[in-house]
Design a protein around this ligand. Structure first.
Ligand code: 13P
Length: 253
């Protein structure tokens, strides 16, 4: 039985005051649901991690980071190590979000190193995969997803794989208001689960949670979650409004 997992990726939004207010409102709105019925995480910008961790402390809401570097320490100006994230109280970390792949030009290989390093550092990575619109139009959706999975999970043993959540985020649905249809989401999620069964084993593939992300809103969350292989939601814009994010959490249970 896969417990639903809803995460709010705040991207480059909020400030020291609004990040705390938002985190506290999510905690207040999800009391009795978070951890018991659904896993909930908020994913603020790096600099607000400590204040957000404090704001959600002793609630069921976990905190994640938006990125991580694969080295443990040293001369890597501007980067943040897994140990640093762990040190400030992070549980999860996004690896290979589409904005990092396509805006910052992170390579598939770099994303794979981050996933491995995150697990070694005691974090739970959320590996993001998904195709561009031109790739979908060219019939390459499954090829892109397969490449992201194979490179993102390269060299990862089955016992480590159980720490991973996969997030399917079709790039054309991110921030566009154009959500994938529940059928499109289910098709991609089933493809991901089948490929995981091939790469690892069927039992493990059945246990891995696969989130959908891309223009998730309170009013489309339920039909997305109703799909057999949709186990959670990775929410961008709608996670910046506490009321709406809480309604999404309710829809996911
Ligand atoms: P939106 O929900 O704003 O489309 O963003 C999705 C996303 O990228 C979450 O990581």
């Amino acid at each position: 039985m896969r417990k639903p997992f809803v995460a709010g990726n705040w991207k480059m939004n909020t400030d020291s005051r609004s990040s705390v207010e938002l985190a506290k409102a999510v905690v207040a709105g999800s009391t009795g649901m978070a951890r018991e019925k659904v896993h909930v995480a908020v994913i603020p910008p790096f600099v607000y991690l400590p204040v957000v961790v404090k704001a959600v402390s002793s609630s069921g809401v976990a905190v994640g980071a938006q990125d991580v570097y694969f080295e443990s320490k040293g001369a890597f100006t501007g980067e943040i190590s897994p140990a640093m994230l762990k040190d400030v109280g992070c549980t999860y970390v996004l690896c290979g979000h589409s904005e990092r792949r396509h805006v910052i030009h992170e390579s598939d290989e770099l994303v794979g190193k981050k996933v491995t390093a995150a697990i070694s550092g005691g974090l739970l990575p959320i590996l993001c995969v998904g195709e561009l619109l031109e790739e979908r139009d060219a019939g390459k959706t499954n090829d892109v997803i397969a490449r992201h999975l194979r490179t993102g999970l390269a060299g990862l043993s089955a016992d480590k794989m159980s720490a991973v959540t996969i997030a399917y985020e079709p790039v054309w649905a991110i921030g566009t208001g154009r959500t994938a249809t529940p059928q499109q989401a289910q098709e991609a999620h089933a493809f991901i689960r089948n490929l995981l069964a091939e790469m690892y084993e069927a039992k493990l593939a059945q246990e891995i949670r696969i989130q959908y992300g891309g223009s998730v809103k309170a009013d489309n969350a339920k039909e997305l979650m109703a799909q057999e292989d949709v186990d959670g939601l990775l929410v961008g814009g709608a996670s910046l409004k506490a009321d709406e994010f809480v309604r999404i959490i309710q829809a996911a249970m």
